[in-house]
Design a protein. Structure first.
Ligand code: ATP
Ligand code: MG
Ligand code: MG
Ligand code: MG
Length: 464
C-alpha cells in the first residue's frame, strides 16, 4: 500500500466511525506562542481539550504535518542515525473530545491495524502505564492480546501538556521488525534500537494536575492518538527503515541525482531527503531562514543539508532543485506546497548561495583543526570561529564531529560568544555588529512548556 493510500485508508476508517476529517494545521502554531513548531496532531485541538473552545463535533481525525527539530521534542540529531526519526513527518490521529474513552480508542486502533490493514497480531507489542489496570484489562481480556507481548511502563507511558493541566496514561503499540534487526522489546535494555518500533501512541486524558501535584479526575475524559504515517507505511511495505518507503525512495533518487551519489543507503542522502521535507514545508508555512527564533532553526536544517551535499562532493546549489520531486510526492495531499513551489525554491536557493560562499572554506578550517587535534574534543574557539567567520551553526560542526567520533566543547563556545558580546557592547556597536550573524541569543525569546531554546536546549542539540 502506497503512503498516500494509507493516509486515505486511515482517515476513511475513522470517518466511518463517526469522526470528522479535519485538515492539517500549519507548522507554525498560530494559537500557541509557547510552541516552536506543530509537533503532534493534538496541537490544533489544544483549546478544545482544555474546554476553552467547542466545535460542532466530538470526534475528529487528521493527518497532521509535524516538525520535531528543536524545543522539547527534538529529533534533529536522530536523523540519519535511526530508521524511524524524521525532522518532518505526518502524524495520523483520532481524537475524542469528551466522547469515547479507553475501550473504544483501543478497539478502533486494534481493528484498524489487524482488521483493515491485516497486520499479524504476533508482530505487535502493546504497552500501558504501570498504574493503568483498566487499559491492561481491555487489551488482555477483551482484545485478547497475549501477555507475552505486553508490558507496563512508567515515564514513557504518561503524557502531560505541562506541569499542571490535562494529563493521563498512554498505551503504545509497537511493531516487531524481526530477529534480523538488533534491539529488545519495549521496557528492555535495548528497546531504543530499531527492532521494536513504536507505531501508535494512544493518550488517555484523564486527569487535571493541580498546582500541588494532585491528579484530579477530568469530568469528561478525552482521547488523543498519534501514529507516524512513515512508520506504518514501512510496516505495510515490508521494509524496516522509513527511508525505504515509496515517498522517500523518490526523494532519495532525486537527491542521488542532484549530488552524484548513487548509494541510496548513504546516510548523507537520507539526511538531505529528510531535510528537504522539513525545510520546504516550513517555508511553505511562512518561516524564512534567519538568525533568530523559528527562522534560525530552519537555517540550521538547511545548512546541515548543504554540508551533507558538500560531503558527497556537491558544491553547487542542488538542494532547491529537490522541491520538484517533493511536490510530485506530496503536492496532491498538500496543495499549498505545489502552490508555493516557486517561493520555496527561491528561498532555498538564496540560502544555498549565501552559505555556498563560506561552506568550503569553513570545511577546510575544520579539517585542519581536526587534523591538529590533541584529544577528542573540538574547542569552543574552533566552534566560535566557524560560526562567526563561516556561518557554521555550532550544531553543524557538532554533526561533523560526531561522524569522526569527536566531541565539541559547547560551554567553551558559549563563553566565546559571551566574550564577543562583551566586546561588542564595549565598542557600542552591538546592534550593527550582530545584524548579519547567527544570533543564538535571540532564540531565547520563546518560553513556556516547549521552550524554543534556553541554554539547556541549545546544549541539548549537541548531545546524542
Ligand atoms: P519515539 O519513542 O520513537 O521517539 P515518540 O514516543 O517520541 O516516538 P510520540 O510523541 O508518541 O512519539 O508521537 C506519536 C507517534 O508519532 C509515534 O508513535 C510515531 O509513530 C510518530 N513519530 C514520533 N516522532 C517521530 C519522528 N521524529 N519521525 C517520524 N515519526 C515520528
Ligand atoms: Mg521521540
Ligand atoms: Mg516513544
Ligand atoms: Mg510515544
Amino acid at each position: 500500500m502506497k503512503s498516500a493510500e494509507l493516509r486515505q485508508a486511515f482517515l476513511d476508517y475513522f470517518a466511518s466511525q463517526g469522526h470528522t476529517k479535519v485538515p492539517s494545521s500549519s507548522l507554525v502554531p498560530h494559537n500557541d506562542p509557547t510552541l516552536l513548531f506543530t509537533n503532534a496532531g493534538m496541537n490544533q485541538f489544544k483549546d478544545v481539550f482544555l474546554g476553552r473552545e467547542s466545535r460542532d463535533y466530538t470526534r475528529a481525525t487528521s493527518s497532521q504535518r509535524c516538525v520535531r527539530a528543536g524545543g522539547k521534542h527534538n529529533d534533529l540529531e536522530n536523523v540519519g542515525y535511526t530508521a524511524r526519526h524524521h525532522t518532518f513527518f505526518e502524524m495520523l490521529g483520532n481524537f475524542s473530545f469528551g466522547d469515547y474513552f479507553k475501550r473504544e480508542a483501543i478497539k478502533f486502533a486494534w481493528e484498524f491495524l489487524t482488521g483493515t490493514l491485516g497486520l499479524p497480531e504476533e508482530r505487535l507489542w502493546v504497552t500501558v502505564h504501570i498504574s493503568d489496570d483498566e487499559a491492561a484489562d481491555i487489551w488482555l481480556k477483551e482484545m485478547g492480546v497475549s501477555a507475552e507481548r505486553f508490558s507496563r511502563l512508567d515515564e514513557d507511558n504518561f503524557w502531560q501538556m505541562g506541569d499542571t493541566g490535562p494529563c493521563g496514561p498512554c498505551s503504545e503499540i509497537f511493531y516487531d521488525h524481526g530477529a534480523d534487526v538488533p534491539g529488545g522489546p519495549p521496557g528492555s535494555e535495548n528497546d531504543d534500537l530499531d527492532r521494536y518500533i513504536e507505531i501508535w501512541n494512544l493518550v488517555f486524558m484523564q486527569y487535571d494536575r493541580q498546582e500541588d501535584g494532585e491528579l484530579k479526575p477530568l469530568p469528561k475524559p478525552s482521547v488523543d492518538t498519534g501514529m507516524g504515517l512513515e512508520r506504518i507505511a514501512a510496516v505495510l511495505q515490508g521494509v524496516h527503515s522509513n527511508y525505504e518507503i515509496d515517498m522517500f525512495q523518490a526523494l532519495l533518487q532525486a537527491a542521488a541525482k542532484a549530488t552524484g551519489c548513487n548509494d541510496l543507503e548513504e546516510k548523507s542522502l537520507r539526511v538531505i531527503a529528510d531535510h528537504i521535507r522539513s525545510s520546504s514545508f516550513l517555508i511553505c508555512d511562512g518561516v524564512i531562514p534567519s538568525n533568530e527564533g523559528r527562522g534560525y532553526v530552519l537555517r540550521r536544517i538547511i545548512r546541515r543539508a548543504l554540508r551533507h551535499g558538500h560531503k558527497l562532493g556537491q558544491d553547487k546549489p542542488f538542494f532547491s532543485t529537490l522541491v520538484t520531486a517533493l511536490v510530485e510526492q506530496m503536492g496532491e495531499a498538500y496543495p499549498e506546497l505545489a502552490r508555493e513551489q516557486a517561493r520555496i525554491e527561491k528561498a532555498l536557493l538564496a540560502e544555498e548561495e549565501q552559505f555556498g560562499r563560506t561552506l568550503a572554506a569553513g570545511m577546510k578550517v575544520l579539517e585542519a583543526a581536526i587534523a591538529e587535534l590533541q584529544g577528542k574534543t573540538l574547542s569552543g574557539e574552533v566552534l566560535f570561529n566557524l560560526y562567526d567567520t563561516h556561518g557554521f551553526p555550532p550544531d553543524l560542526t557538532a554533526d561533523v564531529a560526531r561522524e569522526r567520533d569527536l566531541e565539541v566543547d559547547m560551554a567553551g563556545f558559549e563563553k566565546a560568544m559571551e566574550a564577543q558580546r562583551e566586546r561588542a557592547r564595549g565598542a557600542g556597536s552591538f546592534a550593527n555588529d550582530y545584524s548579519d550573524r547567527l544570533n543564538i541569543e535571540a532564540e531565547t525569546g520563546f518560553s513556556g512548556y516547549e521552550k524554543l531554546a534556553d541554554d539547556d536546549e541549545i546544549v541539548g542539540l549537541y548531545r546524542d
